[in-house]
Write a protein that binds this ligand. Structure first.
Ligand SMILES: Cc1cc2nc3c(=O)[nH]c(=O)nc-3n(C[C@H](O)[C@H](O)[C@H](O)COP(=O)(O)OP(=O)(O)OC[C@H]3O[C@@H](n4cnc5c(N)ncnc54)[C@H](O)[C@@H]3O)c2cc1C
Length: 409
């Protein structure tokens, strides 16, 4: 008989077990992982470097100063309200302190993302597994949990080849369908899991030969309230980059419902109004009337992109500026401030970093991470209907909820 069984040996499961043992060294804990590998997603995360958390809001390099949990929580399209309290208990500051105490040197990159100084996610995996070992946490691999149920106030946990019994149960199976089924069997409802954090495929994409260009833009999804400013990356299939990934996250359900077909409006010059763009073009025409727009990259856009825009109007802008009528300058100003692209699908699995959907949040007590439906049942990590934008926020959700879970056991 165990005091706690944790199903799922990902970051939420391993950290929950560590947190519980650090709080109460005498309890008997077992972690059950279906695969041969523990912390597999940590290992492949952040391009093999593991973006552990985010310190953007912390101006002092890795100094453990207070971050505003409200600002932090804004990075979670789902879970913003619920994570506010937990972040007061265990946020990036505590995460950084925990890893540094466990001999992982961290560094903050310019955009605020925090990585191990080694640039290797194995450093994070090793430190977690070493801590688990030192705390005598029992871990069994190749245990695919197929069924759980309550019998005489205890949980019976049935794997492909064994039966385990525990007083308390934590399900930390991430976005695995089986984990959702286990939670459903114990009375929970699941918000339909769908992808978040993906690139947009663009139909008849005219910029594909400019793949690799990145620039700061403002994006909107036509007919919705979803918008985002940030870096856009042109790819050979359409658009990606931080601004697109964030937009895909905040609009995840909307885009899913539209079968990933929508109109994307790109404002290439968002610090100027359409009228200001037009006036700049008109002034240029008045001053340099014998030149063409090709020789005057007025807005300092990447040169190939500027030429592409001009070429998209065939011969119109090949003429000297004096021969270009006002109406054509108005059309160009309109294109630069609201360029339209037909989204036709999303990038597939490889780029999917996180799942939107999971355990319905109102069914969980966010002070303890205990189920409000089934006593002594707990959740942490991505199995919850919580997901963040890119930048280390998804691991932070795992560390925070797992910490609370462990403390409350
Ligand atoms: C390619 C990639 C890169 C990423 N990079 C980053 C990053 O740099 N920063 C960031 O913040 N986030 C990143 N993420 C997201 C992050 O990895 C997840 O949010 C995080 O791993 C969720 O942790 P978890 O423990 O809740 O779930 P998981 O990591 O998915 O772990 C769940 C575990 O449960 C096990 N399991 C499932 N079902 C069962 C069962 N029935 N029985 C037993 N075990 C079971 C699984 O095998 C798995 O080991 C990335 C994700 C991917 C896919």
């Amino acid at each position: 008989m165990y005091d706690l069984i944790v199903i799922g040996g990902g970051p939420a499961g391993i950290f929950a077990a560590i947190s519980a043992k650090e709080k109460n060294p005498d309890i008997k804990i077992l972690v059950l992982e279906k695969s041969q590998k523990l912390l597999h997603k940590v290992l492949i995360s952040g391009g093999g470097r593991c973006n552990v958390t985010n310190g953007l809001l912390n101006p002092m390099d890795l100094d453990p100063m207070e971050l505003d949990p409200k600002d932090l929580a804004r990075n979670y399209p789902r879970g913003q309200k619920e994570l506010l309290g937990p972040f007061h208990q265990f946020g990036p500051k505590e995460t950084i302190e925990w890893f540094e105490k466990n001999n992982v040197k961290l560094k903050k990159e310019e955009d605020g993302r925090i990585f191990p100084q080694s640039n290797s996610s194995a450093t994070i995996v090793d430190s977690l597994l070493l801590r688990a070992k030192l705390l005598n946490i029992e871990i069994l691999k190749n245990q695919d949990i197929e069924k759980v149920y309550k019998e005489n106030e205890n949980f019976k946990v049935i794997s492909n080849d064994k039966i385990f019994i525990s007083k308390k149960l934590a399900i930390t199976t991430g976005s695995c369908a089986k984990g959702f089924d286990l939670a459903k069997d114990l009375g929970h409802t699941i918000k339909n899991p769908i992808p978040s954090l993906f690139g947009f495929n663009i139909s008849k994409f005219t910029l594909k030969d400019l793949s690799g260009i990145a620039l700061l833009v403002e994006l909107k999804i036509k007919g919705s309230t979803f918008s985002q400013k940030g870096d856009l990356l042109i790819t050979h299939f359409g658009f990606s980059g931080p601004a697109i990934l964030t937009l895909s996250s905040i609009a995840a359900r909307y885009l899913f419902d539209k079968n990933y077909k929508a109109e994307l409006i790109v404002n290439w010059l968002f610090d100027l109004s359409e009228d200001e763009i037009f006036k700049k073009l008109k002034n240029l025409k008045n001053k340099n009337f014998l030149k063409t727009l090709y020789s005057e990259n007025l807005f300092h856009l990447p040169k190939n992109l500027w030429i592409k825009f001009l070429n998209s109007f065939d011969e119109t802008f090949k003429k000297e500026l004096k021969d270009i009528p006002k109406k054509d300058l108005l059309i160009l100003a309109s294109k630069l401030s609201s360029d339209r692209y037909a989204i036709n699908g999303k990038t597939t699995n490889k780029k999917e970093f996180v799942t939107c959907g999971g355990i319905t949040l109102k069914e969980v007590n966010f002070k303890t991470m205990e189920s409000k439906i089934c006593e002594n049942l707990f959740f942490a990590g991505e199995i919850l209907d919580i997901d963040g934008v890119t930048g280390g926020f998804n691991f932070q959700n795992a560390w925070t909820t797992a910490y609370l879970l462990g403390q409350s056991i």
